[in-house]
Structure formats: C-alpha cells, structure tokens
Design a protein around this ligand. Structure first.
Ligand SMILES: [Zn+2]
Length: 680
C-alpha cells in the first residue's frame, strides 16, 4: 500500500524542501498563533512565552537560525533521512560483506560508480529500445511491443501492478491494476497546475527533447512527441484519482476494491490488449485482479486508438528515458541534473556516489537494511522500543475498556483489534523472507551494465510479486525495509511499524531521559496505534479485513466526535487565504489527540515523569521550516496539519500542560475544559 500512495508524491516532497526565502507575513487576523513554520515569520525580536505559543517558545532559536544550506533538513524526517544517507553510504561504499546479498550491493555500487565504463557505453544500452518504439506504425505493432515481457521493464505498458493483501481477505494477496506513471506525478496537476507542476512540465519537455536528440531524432519530432504525450496524459489524468484523495480512496474500499477476473476484463471488449499485457501473470495462475481505478481503465480503452499512436509512443519514450537516464553516461546525468534543479529551484551538482547509494538503497533495500541493523542496532535497542510499544498498548487497552461512549459489543471488538495488532519494531525477527535468492547480475563480459542490473532487479521483483500473490509467504511480513526512517500503521496488516531508521534526533535518543523519549518515539507510537481507530483504520477488523465491527449507534457517536475535531481545525488559517482542511487532516489530528490522551494516562503511572522534558521534546519533534510557497503546498495537500499546530493545539488541550506552565485563561495556550477535543 505504501508504494501505491507513494507513487505520486514526488513533486510535492521536492517542493517542501524549498525552505529559506526570507518572508515576513502579517499575522492573519483572528489567529491565536503565527505560523512559525514559515521561514521569515519569526525573527530574533519576536517575543513569546510557553503559555503564549509553545512551538515558538521552544523552537525560536532553531527557526531563526534555519538555513537550508547548513541544516540537513527542514523537518525531522528529512533530518533523519540525511543522517541515514551518510551512514548507509559509508556502509555500502566499504563493501566488506561476503554474503550473497552484500555482494549484490557491492556489485551494483561498483558498476554504478564506474563512470569510465558508463561513458564508454554512452546511450548504447537503450538505443535498440528507442528505435523499436520509433518503428511502431500501427496499434498491432504497439500491442506487440507493450506485451513483450522485456519491454515491460524498459517502459511501462501504460499500467502498473502491485501485489497487496486482499482488503476483504487479508490472508490472501491480490494483484492490483493501477494507472501508469504520469510525467507530472499527480493527476490533479493536469486540471489545475501548480507552479511546481509547470516547472516539471517545462523541464520534462526540455529533457526529453535533448535526450531524444542523442538518438538522431530531430528537435521538431521530439517536441511533437512530448506535446502529443502531454495532451494524452491530460485526458487520462482526468479519469484518475488525485494525490490528495488517494488515502481516503484506498482505505474506504468502496471504489478501490474491484476484484475482476481476466475473462471479464477481456469480455469488456477493449482495444487495449489487456490479456496479452497481463499474460505473465495469468500464465502463473493469477486469474483475479483488483481494478483499482475502474474509470481510468475505461478511459485508457477509449483513448487506445490509431489516432493517438504517436502520443502513446511518446509516453513509452518518456518512461524509457526516466527509467534509464540515471544509469547512462555523464551527459545523461547532466541532463537529469538540470531537470531536477529546474523542478526544485535548486542548484545541486549530481554526485555519482550519492546516486549509486540511492539506487542500492531503493532497489536492494532489504540487503542494505540488514547490513545497517547488523552494524548499528543492538538487540537491546529493539527490546527497548518494543517494550514502549507494549506499554502504550496496555494503557490503550484500559482506555478502551473504560471508554464511556461505546457499547459493550463495540468495546469488545475494539479491544480485540488492539490485541491483534502486530508489532513491527525496529527490525524483523526473521530476515529470511527478504533475502534476494536467485537474483544475480550479468558480468561485463556477458553484456552486463548499470542499466541491465536495474532491469534484472525489476524482473526479480515482479517474479517475486507473482509468486507471493499465488502463494502468500508464511509468517509476519513487513511492508518496508527497516533502514527507511518511517513509522506507520497498516490497516490491512493491523500492524504498527516503527523502523530502525527512525530512531534518532528528537524521535529517540538512548542518552535522553525517558520522559523526553516518551515525547518522541512514544508520541509516534501512540499516534500510529490510534490510526487503527481513526475514520479509515476503524473500517478494518482485527485481521486487517475491510469489515464493519461497529454498531450503528457507536459509529454515529464516533463520527460526531470526529466532526468536532474537523470543525476545530477548519478554523485555522496559517497563511492568508490558506485554511487548514479539517476533513483532509482528520485521521492525523485524531491520531495526535489519541496519542496525547494515552501518554498522559501513562505518565500518571510513572512517579518520576518529567512533564517539562516531555512537552519540550514534543515541540522539537515537530519543528519545521518551509518557504511560504512550500507551506501553501503543505496546507493544500499534506494529510498532517502544519507542525506548529500539531504542538500548540494538542498541548493546549492537556490539563497537565496548563498546570506545568501555569497557563491562565487569557493565554493563547489556554483551552477551556468544555472546549477540549477528545475522541479516544
Ligand atoms: Zn499519522
């Protein structure tokens, strides 16, 4: 599922990095707090106190001194990612491991960084495919190309597949059919284009023209190819789900869950050769597919005409370019560098070693993860975090058992679900399901190069996805590698996932006090567990199946409570004209509230609990700096509210906070008991 949601976030993430432009916005009238996440809104002269604006009080010095050139990230996950990048690069570079998977990592890294070899090969590794695509003259020839198994790895056959647990029977897996990748990543960009979208479009066009020129294609032909592709994508995108709706769309399951037999897909009498494109799957015994976006497939069929042939070829050429450009010669790397700099408004030089690290960490993620955990994470650390998760679950159970607004029947089901949560803490107990058995790279003598290595990995992953769909692997399988800084709850797996990579900075410090760590990784654990009971997660039962376990009356009470949270967050307008979207952020705001209630309950059981250290760490956990433009994008598209609100809103709801800092009725961090929000 994570990949499904991830596939379209590239543009948004890169914009959030654009912090730093100096800017001083007027405080929006009627707002309690200034948006201190925006660089320039806070200066050395800005006065504040803990009772007035706690996020600002704790983070002011960090906010004021923030400089994207010197800071490793503008918020905690970016900071963790930068730190992990340094550690993992060193580890991969040292290449000392002798096991099969460690050797794969070393080989891939060596081939990727061998620029002499790559420059000698130039663009030859992909010339054949560019020519094959250009030669296509009819829909029949297009069908042959996209149905060829090798070509499918070179350029997507206008659709993607992903193997996920069946929403209604999580013990099984089902192959999802999802739309092909769009050049602008997010379908919404094609109907109302953001500045970032415009930059991506213009830079993508420029890159494609210059890339195709290397194969003797005229500028005019390349330009026409891009323009035809873009027009067709615009048409396709209007039938696709935009990024901002994707989470809700996926978890609601009403539209996203459509198991269909291949025979039904064929009987629909489509122009698009779905049977032959999916032949590798059906030959392996997969008969049922989940048609994730039915409207998209209908649109694809409508548009699959001879008239659009050049546009479809344009899509193939664009995808081929995106899949290969990072594996070719220096000239191609320079082209890609210009593209990313134009999109992100940066001026970064491509570092081949860094790109090779990214490739190893993305494509051989489990091998790199094992190397990292062997080297850096002790079993005691895993034990410690697992213990914190168990403690929070215990407190949660008591809270559910005593929950006064739910009936006995629903309460029992809720506790059952809580007890069924699988704990994925730090790294998996058993690494064997993640080994790359059977994956090997061709040597140079056998025609192997950087590009063929990447294709070999994709082929291996596809075959594994097919195997896992036909026969789901035994045991408790993680859905992401442990070095990726990440914490999430999976409704379909009913699992809480706290990775090794996240353990650092304000999340977790073995030398910090326990209270501070409860305000770091503890807050995150409570938050993720609450996702099991938010408006999406609560539709799934103990086994991760989409199944209503609520009585209607309890569901109505729950919805009423959530409505209050939505209405409260709707009142915030961090930047003039940009209001928080209470509905879009509801799962995150409910998860935060649930976590804080639970942690305050837990604190009561600890005689030495230091509230001040806890609250200060919370503010550090959520410090962030963004340019006004990046903050606008955040408010419009991120499921989390701006971070200063995650601190101030939540802490102002807590009596313990009011008591610790002597908050009085006229202070901005005051919230009257009758107005405090509470769901769980
Ligand atoms: Zn969350």
């Amino acid at each position: 599922m994570r990949n499904l949601l991830k596939r379209t976030s590239a543009v948004i993430l890169s914009v959030v990095m654009l912090a730093g432009t100096s800017y001083a916005a007027d405080k929006v009238p009627g707002q309690k707090w200034i948006d201190s996440d925006v660089t320039g809104n806070v200066t050395k002269e800005t006065q504040t106190s803990p009772a007035d604006d706690f996020a600002l009080y704790v983070n002011k010095d960090w906010d004021v001194s923030f400089n994207p050139e010197n800071n490793t990230g503008s918020q905690i996950l970016e900071i963790r990612k930068a730190e992990m990048k340094n550690l993992l690069s060193e580890l991969i570079k040292s290449g000392t491991g002798t096991g099969h998977d460690e050797q794969l990592v070393s080989t891939l890294y060596r081939v990727e960084t061998d620029m002499a070899e790559r420059n000698a090969a130039g663009v030859e590794p992909v010339r054949k495919y560019v020519e094959d695509i250009r030669k296509i003259r009819s829909l029949d020839e297009l069908n042959t190309f996209i149905s060829d198994e090798d070509s499918q790895f070179i350029a997507e056959p206008f659709l993607n597949t992903e193997s996920y647990p069946d929403l209604k029977d999580s013990a099984r897996k089902i192959m999802y059919l999802i739309p092909g990748t769009l050049s602008l990543s997010d379908a919404a960009e094609y109907s109302s284009m953001t500045e970032a979208g415009k930059r991506t479009r213009d830079a993508g066009k420029e890159m494609m023209i210059r890339f195709l020129r290397k194969f003797g294609i005229t500028e005019e032909e390349a330009k026409q190819s891009y323009e035809a592709m873009f027009k067709l994508e615009t048409n396709l995108a209007s039938a696709e789900v935009p990024v901002r709706e994707m989470q809700t769309y996926f978890y609601a399951g009403t539209e996203s869950y459509h198991p269909v037999a291949i025979s039904e897909l064929m009987a629909a009498g489509s122009a698009y050769p779905i049977a032959s494109v999916l032949k590798p799957y059906t030959d392996s015994g997969i008969e049922i597919f989940n048609l994730y976006e039915p409207k998209w497939l209908s649109r694809l069929n409508e548009l699959y005409t001879q008239e659009n042939l050049e546009a479809w070829k344009g899509i193939l050429l664009y995808r081929l370019m995106m899949n290969s450009i990072g594996c070719l010669d220096q000239d191609c790397l320079d082209l890609y560098e210009q593209y990313t700099n134009a999109v992100n408004l940066t001026n970064r030089k491509t570092n081949v070693e860094e790109e090779a690290y990214k490739l190893c960490n993305e494509h051989l993620d489990w091998a790199v993860g094992k190397m990292y955990c062997d080297q850096y994470i002790s079993p005691e650390e895993k034990e410690k975090v697992t213990g914190m998760i168990r403690e929070i679950i215990e407190v949660y159970r008591k809270r559910l058992e005593n929950c006064d607004w739910m009936s006995e029947a629903t309460r029992e089901k809720a506790v059952e679900k809580l007890d069924g949560i699988r704990i994925h803490s730090v790294y998996p107990d058993d690494w064997s399901p993640y080994a790359y058995r059977g994956l090997d790279f061709k040597s140079k003598e056998e025609g192997g190069n950087s590009f063929t290595d990447v294709i070999a990995i994709q082929k291996y992953k596809k075959e594994k996805a097919i195997r896992d769909t036909v026969t789901p692997p035994e045991g408790d399988i993680w859905d992401g590698a442990p070095q990726d800084p990440d914490a999430h709850y999976s409704p379909t797996g009913n699992s809480i996932n706290i990775t090794a990579g996240v353990l650092g900075d304000a999340f977790y410090d073995p030398n910090a006090s326990e209270s501070a760590n409860w305000g770091g990784i503890g807050q995150v654990i409570g938050h993720e567990i609450t996702h099991a009971f938010d408006s999406g997660g609560s539709n799934y039962d103990r086994d991760g199946n989409l199944n209503n376990w609520w009585t209607d009356a309890d569901r109505a009470k729950f919805t009423e409570k959530v409505q209050k949270v939505i209405a409260y967050y709707d009142t915030f307008e961090p930047l003039k004209g940009y209001r928080v979207n209470g509905i879009m952020t509801q799962k995150e705001t409910v998860a935060d509230l649930g976590s804080f209630s639970c942690l305050m309950e837990l604190a009561k059981t600890k005689p030495d609990f230091n509230y001040q250290e806890f609250f200060v760490n919370i503010a550090k956990l959520f410090r962030m700096q963004a340019s006004p433009a990046a903050e606008q994008v955040w408010i419009q598209s991120n499921y989390h509210p701006p971070y200063y609100l995650r601190v101030n809103v939540n802490l102002s709801m807590l009596q313990e906070f009011q008591d610790t800092y002597g908050v009085r009725e006229w202070d901005n961090m005051y919230c009257a008991p009758s107005e405090r929000l509470s769901v769980w």
